[in-house]
Design a protein around this ligand. Structure first.
Ligand code: ADP
Length: 497
């Protein structure tokens, strides 16, 4: 199959969260299965042009409408000898050559023209494929920033023979971010005006909703764990108003767990950690812990104090309002915490306040720092993810591989991947609490601290986590099945049989 994977972020070029890791790793695995894969993303300022071998492709592309103007976009391609995947970058400086991907650093809020930025991206992708004369079997779109592509193919481009055998797949990585804009944005999309009316595919409580259009127009849809797939259809707590739309497409909605790129994330060959270690020889882990403690500026001491790592966007989703309620109780326990994260300013303030109050117990790093993220995974004893909801979650999976025992809430991908430790059977890979309740979180932390004292048992739990395999191989095969299901839906597969 010829597969175009479209994503607003792709590791190692541009990353704000787990989607980038997925869009960086999945295409390589799909290509390994014998498919022809191109990945398309915007050319952001953050992309490290100097250290990449990029070439400009001179394409005959039409000018594209942006609001009332027409603009010319450019296309860059990565000269990549390591992989058969072709990475393409849509370049339009006024839109993408900015400090951040989505958020204006001045206001801390979304860029005001995010509607225009991702309308241009979606239209641009379609026109790029035509200009390359590369007619894909599948366009695999990810999150709201590329959700208009399925809508375009079923409206403006419906009669275009170039796409007559193309099916679309839409992946939801987080349904709380839908791309909702005022109704005035609808005109900018450029589809027929009569497509905006109450409960139309683009309309959402009087506003425009890009993700809703993606869900309705894509041939098949998926999200990134089985449990999250169920949750987002059931209630507005998870579906954020799209639960009805999702359940109306329930038969075309799939759950495929994200995989892990173990070439980036495993303690045997992690290029960011000073001491490598493995399932067979854990001795490096203790040394990484010492390194992490001293890097963070914790006071030196002989005592073995358990260290909890947190790496996260600082957003309500991740359970920080829960943590806020019991910060003092947690820090009165015999533990230390190292936090790495950026996000909502209220949490920046909160954690800085905690650090001032308990300087010997918590160290706070309010930056985005990939090498430090790796060292925290390697050097911590436990990893905390008390999420309110979690589509899949990657850090708990990295933690398993690094022998860093996850403490998580039983939701979405966390529920699907971490087995609660059972003191009777002595089986499990982490500590899981059920309800979104501060006392339950505190109990889970206390439970983990208690078991930590039993070194033999602790090691057993570490090893059962390290033995788990969440590599992309099996998930990539499921995506290929999903692509086939999309082709079946459009009838293309029957025609070619
Ligand atoms: P989400 O996509 O919801 O943010 P995930 O757990 O799926 O959460 O993925 C988060 C990814 O982003 C992980 O690779 C994590 O290590 C990384 N990450 C998050 N915050 C930071 C940060 N401040 N510095 C470095 N990496 C980060």
């Amino acid at each position: 199959m010829k597969i175009a994977i479209v994503s607003p972020e792709v590791f190692p070029f541009a990353k704000t969260g787990g989607l980038a890791d997925v869009a960086g790793a999945l295409p390589k695995e799909i290509a390994k299965l014998g498919h022809d894969v191109k990945v398309i993303l915007p050319f952001y300022k953050t992309i490290d042009e100097k250290n990449l071998s990029l070439k400009n492709l001179n394409l005959q592309m039409p000018e594209l409408p942006v609001a009332s103007n027409k603009v010319k976009v450019k296309l860059k391609s990565l000269d990549n000898k390591e992989s058969t995947v072709e990475f393409l970058f849509l370049d339009y400086k006024p839109f993408y050559n900015r400090e951040n991907l989505y958020i204006d650093p001045k206001s801390g809020k979304d860029y005001q023209d995010n509607d225009e930025r991702f309308i241009l991206f979606s239209k641009g992708v379609i026109e790029i494929l035509k200009s390359l004369d590369w007619s894909p079997d599948i366009i695999h779109c990810n999150d709201w920033q590329s959700a208009l592509i399925p809508a375009y193919l079923k409206t403006i481009y419906a009669g275009d023979s170039f796409f007559k055998n193309t099916a679309t797949v839409f992946s939801i990585h987080n349904i709380a971010y839908q791309g909702i804009f005022p109704k005035e944005s609808f005109k900018k999309i450029g589809v027929a005006e009569n497509l905006f009316y109450p409960i139309s595919p683009f309309e959402f409580w009087g506003k425009v909703n890009f993700m809703k259009a993606g869900i309705i127009y894509a041939d098949v849809i998926n999200t990134v764990s089985e449990k999250y797939k169920e949750e987002i259809q059931k209630s507005s707590d998870f579906g954020y108003g799209l639960e009805g739309v999702l359940s109306s497409r329930g038969t075309d909605l799939y759950g495929i767990l994200n995989g892990i790129d173990y070439s980036e994330w495993s303690p045997e060959n992690d290029k960011y950690i000073p001491f490598k270690y493995s399932f067979k020889d854990l001795s490096g882990k203790e040394k990484n812990k010492k390194e992490l403690l001293s890097n963070c500026g914790f006071p030196k001491g002989k005592k073995d104090i358990p260290l909890i790592g947190i790496i996260s966007r600082l957003a309500d989703q991740k359970g920080f309002d829960l943590l806020e309620k019991i910060g003092d109780e947690i820090l009165s326990l015999n533990l230390r915490i190292v936090l790495l994260g950026t996000g909502e300013l209220k949490y920046h303030d909160y954690f800085l306040g905690l650090e001032r109050k308990y300087p010997e117990k918590i160290k706070v790093n309010l930056t985005f720092d990939n090498p430090l993220a790796h060292l925290i995974e390697a050097g911590s004893d436990m990893f905390l993810m008390p999420s309110k909801y979690e589509p899949c979650g990657l850090n708990q999976l990295y933690s398993l591989k690094y022998g860093t025992i996850p403490i998580v809430r039983e939701t979405g991908g966390l529920a699907d991947t971490i087995q609660d430790f059972n003191p009777k059977t002595k089986k499990g890979t982490g500590f899981v609490f059920k309800n979104y309740d501060p006392d339950e979180l505190l109990d889970a932390i206390k439970g983990a601290l208690k078991v930590y004292q039993d070194k033999k048992l602790w090691k057993k739990i570490m090893l059962s986590g390290m033995a788990k395999d969440f590599s992309w191989e099996s998930s990539a095969k499921k995506y290929v099945e999903l692509y086939k299901a999309a082709l079946e839906k459009t009838g293309t597969l029957q025609r070619s049989k």
